[in-house]
Design a binder for this molecule. Structure first.
Ligand code: IVH
Length: 742
């Protein structure tokens, strides 16, 4: 759309005459202050609504050009009347529609994240895990690099024949946005690598903004009557996602290189060497990076870096430890989305003091009672905190937390806020020690602490024994079922689940797929809930509860039901891994569900195995599934009610098989391999993980179905079994030769 200039002086009538609000397309310079205010109010809600339709529903109702015209008009009015800029002005949200205007880039090597350590013990466990995995002897050292964890946004820079050809954001790790033009403007990013570079090299690192540049930018923004940024990270992110690279260029961003993605050949065989190579190629590498050999050195690096933090001039939120030797890194590999060879040791969380007004109990999907602290709202590190977890009754007793107490809370990253300490000196008179309820607050069943049969120890958690009769558990299971990692039904949030459950329309997962049969009832229940919510809101705001039932609203309700049903229908087909996760079996989350899916491939095979006499043995044979998890899975299938629900569900959905990872040239893809005896060049766990990554199934015992046994010295009955069943047996060296180069 043309003709709407920023000052509005040349504004012609818009192509879509009713695009603009109360003042039509009246030139901005002619608007009175009152008109301007009205129109800014209109534009704020109109633009927000278009953003929602575009991003939330993927169903925009206006063209990009019209949308841009709305935004420009909003800016033009704000420029003329800076006093009237609303706190929620659309211009504060930098380019909500911009994201889809960048080309997508598929990362050839995914950009993964790091596991977090908060306490020193977490770091000790990280190192111990690595030592166990590699089977290192006590006197064998591991060298780590220790690096500051820069708080910016990560970017991947692709160089071909030494020339910068493409730069991308991390995005969801698999696919990012092409921001090449913007990254070219950052002076720390060489456009051509110095020296002799590999044919292909993707250098990865952090784009960040220094405190000084951040302060100067906000000052400029303020002077120009433009929105300011909340922190350097947001401003770096906003700056690289500008459509106009000259804006990025004016923002003075920096870049530290710290890792890599795709590469035709690596210039070094250690992390340290790679950082040296990056420097030689012309990159900036953080000057504080050190090599450490002992736990003491790692923790000293953490403390030293922490004390330098305030003076660095840019934000860091922890340090990162990485195994230095790249061969070891490769052996260690990844667990779900993070490398086993690295960890982020985060700095202590931000803390604040507030009042614990009440302790409420939440009942989770496995019946666990979690005490939640309802707090007097307080801002911690820029976020308003109203609730914090109290974990369990032992934790409440340890803290001696009581209703009315003044407490110190802390928030670290996206983790749920915690209560750290009670200021007993500020305790009000008569505050009583907290008593955890002995009955489930939802269904009234006994809530007990289970006792471990083997150790005789009480579990820290109190659980509702109501099982399937407990509404809270049923609702939480349904919420989990529709959630992101399970059926991922878009737009089916917690409130809908609760409402439909209360209305008796949703009792078990299969019911979700039957909702489409009752659209009228569905619409009615949801409409009633909405009316109730808005009445509540009005009551809260002290307004009269007038019925505002318009035709437009009814249409909205119809659309809502239609959309919800469409989202449900879109998910009738589901992969076995997500399906298993959706079942909500205790101890079976995303990772274990994936393991099970890869082992059994189809839902029929999985159910058959679980209903067979040797379910536990089959589960125990899966590398990565321990006793407790195996028991929980078996318990789930032993419960007739669960089998019934599963049967109902399978009538409604199609569960798609998960193929074993097909590895090109893998001699063991689809085969069952057993490792026995002691291995000398690797631990048994490492060997199993490797075999599984090559598409093999690993088992703990030898049967007729076993394809290969890798036997080391000291192999006993498994070796005899192999000979009995005529299974091929090889030694460790033959195994290594067989998989060499894979
Ligand atoms: S290494 C496979 N090193 O932290 C993981 N990451 O939580 C490779 N980050 O997405 C990442 N400083 O944005 C690495 N020295 C550093 C880092 C660093 C900051 C960020 C990065 C990553 C996130 C992981």
């Amino acid at each position: 759309m043309s003709g709407i200039s920023r000052s509005g002086s040349k504004a012609k009538k818009a192509d879509a005459p009713d695009l603009f609000g109360p003042s039509g397309a009246k030139p901005v310079e002619k608007l009175s202050e009152a008109e301007a205010k009205k129109e800014l109010d209109f534009l704020a809600s109109e633009i927000a609504e278009h953003d929602r339709r575009y991003h939330g529903e993927d169903a925009p109702t206006i063209s990009d050009a019209d949308y841009d015209a709305l935004r420009k008009r909003n800016i033009a009015i704000e420029e003329r009347f800076p006093k009237l800029v609303r706190a929620d002005s659309p211009s504060h949200r930098v380019g909500a529609m911009v994201s889809d205007k960048f080309k997508k880039v598929v990362h050839r090597i995914p950009m993964l994240s790091l596991d977090n350590a908060f306490a020193n013990e977490d770091v000790e466990e990280f190192v111990a895990r690595i030592r166990r995995f590699l089977g290192l002897k006590d006197d064998q050292e591991i060298v780590f690099t220790a690096e500051p964890k820069i708080d910016g946004l990560s970017a991947s820079l692709r160089y071909e024949k030494g020339v910068f050809v493409q730069g991308a954001t991390r995005g969801d790790g698999a696919e990012g946005e092409d921001i090449t033009a913007n990254l070219r403007t950052i002076k720390d990013i060489p456009l051509r690598l110095h020296g002799k570079a590999p044919d292909v090299l993707e250098v990865r690192g952090e784009v960040y903004m220094t405190h000084a540049n951040f302060a100067a930018l906000n000052k400029r923004q303020e002077k120009d009557g433009k929105p300011t940024y909340a922190n350097p990270r947001n401003s770096a992110a906003g700056s690289v996602r500008q459509l106009d690279p000259s804006i990025t260029a004016s923002r003075d961003l920096n870049f530290f290189a710290y890792t890599w993605g795709d590469a035709s050949k690596l210039p070094a065989d250690t992390q340290w060497g790679m950082l040296e190579a990056f420097k030689a190629f012309g990159f900036k590498v953080n000057p504080l990076v050190r090599r450490c050999e002992t736990m003491k050195q790692l923790l000293k690096f953490y403390d030293d870096t922490g004390s330098k933090r305030a003076k660095l001039g840019y934000d860091i939120d922890g340090v990162v430890y990485k195994v230095d030797d790249l061969k070891l890194q490769q052996r260690l590999g990844f667990v779900s989305r993070s490398p086993r060879w690295a960890i982020a040791h985060k700095f202590a969380a931000e803390q604040a003091e507030t009042i614990l007004e009440k302790i409420d109990i939440q009942v989770g999907r496995t019946g666990k009672l979690t005490p939640v602290a309802r707090l007097r709202p307080i801002t911690v590190g820029g976020v308003v905190v109203e609730n914090a977890t109290l974990h369990n009754e032992d934790e409440i007793a340890r803290l001696d937390a009581r209703e009315g107490d003044t407490v110190i809370i802390q928030r670290a990253g996206d983790v749920i806020p915690q209560v750290v300490r009670v200021l007993t000196e500020k305790r009000p008179r008569g505050a009583k020690p907290y008593q955890m309820p002995r009955k489930c607050p939802i269904c009234g069943s006994h809530a007990v602490r289970e006792v471990d049969e083997k150790t005789g120890k009480e579990d820290v958690d109190r659980r509702c024994t109501g099982g399937l009769i407990c509404d809270a558990q049923a609702v939480e299971r349904l919420k989990h079922f529709v959630g992101r990692d399970a059926f991922d039904i878009e737009g089916f949030g917690g409130t809908y689940i609760e409402t439909l459950h209360d209305a008796g329309m949703l009792k078990e997962p299969a019911d979700i797929f039957l909702l489409a049969k009752h659209p009228a009832k569905l619409g009615k229940v949801l409409a009633e809930k909405r009316a109730e919510q808005s009445a509540e809101r009005r009551a809260k705001e002290g307004k009269a509860a007038t019925e505002t039932k318009s035709k437009k609203k009814d249409e909205g309700e119809g659309k809502l039901v239609e959309n919800l049903i469409a989202s449900i229908e879109a998910r009738r087909k589901i992969g076995l891994d997500r399906f298993i996760n959706a079942l909500g079996i205790r101890h079976v989350g995303e990772t274990n569900a994936r393991l099970l899916a890869r082992t059994f491939h189809s839902i029929d095979a999985f159910i058959e195995a679980m209903e067979s006499g040797d379910a536990l043995e089959q589960l125990n044979a899966i590398g990565g599934i321990g006793d407790v998890v195996a028991e929980a899975i078996k318990d789930f299938f032993d419960e007739p009610h669960n089998r019934k629900l599963l049967g109902h569900l399978l009538k409604e959905v199609e569960v798609q098989d998960v193929a074993a990872p097909k590895i090109k040239g893998s001699p063991v893809a689809g085969k069952t391999v057993v490792f026995t005896g002691s291995l000398e060049k690797m631990t048994r766990q490492e060997a199993k993980v490797k075999a599984e990554s090559l598409g093999a199934k690993t088992a703990g015992s030898v049967s007729k179905k076993t394809d290969l046994v890798v036997a080391g010295p000291g192999a006993g009955s498994k070796l005899t079994d192999a000979q009995k069943f005529g299974v091929k047996v090889i030694d460790e060296d033959a195994w290594l030769a067989m998989i060499e180069g894979l």
